[in-house]
Every structure is written in structure tokens, then in C-alpha cells.
Design a protein around this ligand. Structure first.
Ligand SMILES: NC(=O)c1ccc[n+]([C@@H]2O[C@H](COP(=O)([O-])OP(=O)(O)OC[C@H]3O[C@@H](n4cnc5c(N)ncnc54)[C@H](OP(=O)(O)O)[C@@H]3O)[C@@H](O)[C@H]2O)c1
Length: 256
């Protein structure tokens, strides 16, 4: 077994020894989990920040507010549904998996080339967000799903390319919660839409690091998605890695 440490552990102070971008880092005991032998460090590196973000969005007081999942492959179904917009993002894929472990049904959006991975992470239905009529399709899907529709987690939170669609869907289905990954965004929303400002670094996730992550990786409840892209090894590659990251989501949504 090896150890997986949270990407940024000094958010609340503690000094550079807790920081990222170094060969070895110090991590607090309540912010680490063992990774199984079948999982490499590179694979596990996709999880920490996005796992935290997914948990805060789904379970936190600042989030949608579900009860906490256990590491089960056959969880009790809660009869509740959410829409995960941008489900093929790292945050989205972790959210789908945590939601599945908590017995929450998810409807998702992604590009068609990611439909398979999004379904494998737990989405019950997935829609192409490039389709100009995607909001109509989502409203139909939400209306036809059994159980209670609770709200939307917008894992992209770009005003034009995601939030406007999420708000339109929520208006059409009679309101609900809207969780955003851009907690500082100013939004004017109708009274029946409740904004949840998600910020990954929240101590409520600590018990999940202790009790959920290791057994969930072990029994396959949680997979390390998406696949990591390793651009090189050592500190000399940090700039290349950051440039590669920037070309991804930020290029697509025109900056954050
Ligand atoms: N609040 C917090 O604490 C917190 C924590 C972590 C991340 N974040 C933020 O969350 C966002 C997502 O981060 P990430 O690392 O998960 O992103 P990522 O892994 O880089 O996601 C990239 C994918 O997002 C999808 N995408 C891009 N534009 C989209 C749109 N308009 N609608 C739907 N899907 C779209 C694309 O998937 P397809 O290829 O399928 O089109 C793209 O491949 C970032 O803005 C990040 O800063 C916030």
C-alpha cells in the first residue's frame, strides 16, 4: 500500500512543506488515504481536489445536502435525482461516482466521445451539451425520471456555456438547488433556485478520506477517472504540465 496525499494541504496555513509542486510533501493525517497496490500514484493523482469538490457539492452544508455515502457497490437508492452538467470533467466524474455510492440517480451532459466513461462512472442518461436543444431534452429526461429531482451541479459554471442552460432547465422543472464550482460568481436567480457555492477545501470531507476512499478504491466503488496525462517527470516539467492544463478546460470555456 502507498499513500495518497491531498493536493493542497496548506490552504489553511502550515507553510510550504505542505505545498504541491515538490518531490515530497508533508500531509496531515486526516487528509491522506492509502491507495491499493493496483493503483499507481499517477492514477490516484486525479482524485484529491475533485473528490473533495464532489463531496462538498453533494453532501456539504454549502452543497446540495445529501447524506454521506458509504463504500458500497449496492447502496440503498434514495429516490433522488440530480443533473451533473460537465460530467466528463474531473469534478464531474468524481461527482457521478460519489453520487452512485450514495444511491443518488444522475443525469449528465458531456461530449459524445465521453458518453461511455460518463456512463461507466454512474450516469443513468447522458446528453450532448453541444446540441442547441439540450435543455429541452434534459427537462424531458428529468420529468420522466422516477423520484424527486433535487437540483443541478454545474461542474463548469461558465455563464454562457453552462450556467445559462442549467438555470433554464431549473426554471422549467420548477426550481431546485444550483451548485456551482465558481463560488465567487455573482448571479441573479429566481426565488425557487437556491445557489450552493462549492469550495473544495472544507473539513467536512476529512471522514471520507479516513473511512471511504481506501475501501472504495479497493472494492471498485471509486475508480481514478479521468485517466491522468503524464507530460514528464520532475520539477522541470511543471511549466509544461501547467500549460497543458490551461489548454484543456480553460481554452474551451474561454478562461475562468
Ligand atoms: N470550487 C472549487 O473548489 C473547485 C475545485 C476544483 C475545480 N474547480 C473548477 O471546476 C472546473 C472544472 O475543473 P476540472 O478540473 O474538473 O475540469 P477538466 O477536468 O479540465 O474538464 C474538462 C472537460 O470539461 C468539459 N467541458 C468543457 N466545457 C464544457 C461545457 N460548456 N459544458 C459541459 N462540459 C464542458 C469537456 O468535456 P468534453 O470533452 O466531454 O466536452 C472537457 O474535456 C474548473 O473551472 C475548476 O477551476 C473548482
Amino acid at each position: 500500500m502507498s499513500f495518497l496525499s491531498r493536493f493542497v494541504t496548506d490552504m489553511f496555513g502550515g507553510g510550504p512543506k505542505y505545498g504541491a509542486l515538490q518531490q515530497f510533501t508533508v500531509a496531515k493525517e486526516n487528509k491522506v488515504a492509502k491507495i491499493p497496490d493496483h493503483t499507481s500514484f499517477a492514477e490516484a493523482s486525479v482524485l484529491p481536489t475533485c473528490f473533495n469538490t464532489a463531496l462538498v457539492a453533494l453532501c456539504g452544508e454549502a452543497g446540495i445536502g445529501f447524506s454521506l455515502p458509504g463504500p458500497s457497490l449496492n447502496p440503498k437508492q434514495l429516490g433522488k435525482t440530480i443533473l451533473v452538467w460537465g460530467a466528463s470533467s474531473s469534478v464531474g466524474l468524481e461527482t457521478l461516482q460519489v453520487a452512485r455510492a450514495a444511491g443518488i440517480t444522475t443525469i449528465a451532459t458531456a461530449s459524445p466521445h465521453n458518453f461511455e466513461v460518463v456512463k461507466s462512472a454512474g450516469a443513468s442518461q447522458v446528453f450532448d451539451y453541444h446540441n442547441p436543444f439540450v435543455a429541452d431534452s434534459l427537462v424531458r429526461a428529468i420529468r420522466s425520471v422516477e423520484g424527486h429531482f433535487v437540483g443541478v451541479f454545474d461542474c463548469i459554471s461558465d455563464e454562457e456555456r453552462s450556467l445559462s442552460h442549467c438555470i433554464s432547465v431549473l426554471k422549467d422543472v420548477g426550481g431546485g438547488k444550483l451548485a456551482t464550482v465558481k463560488p465567487d460568481k455573482k448571479l441573479e436567480l429566481p426565488g425557487n433556485i437556491e445557489l450552493c457555492r462549492v469550495f473544495a477545501f472544507n473539513d467536512l470531507v476529512d471522514p471520507f478520506w479516513r473511512d471511504f476512499l481506501t475501501p472504495a478504491l479497493d472494492n471498485g466503488t471509486l475508480k481514478c477517472l479521468p485517466q491522468p496525462r503524464v507530460v514528464g517527470e520532475g520539477l522541470g516539467w511543471v511549466q509544461e504540465a501547467l500549460d497543458t492544463l490551461e489548454k484543456g478546460l480553460l481554452a474551451e470555456v474561454g478562461g475562468s
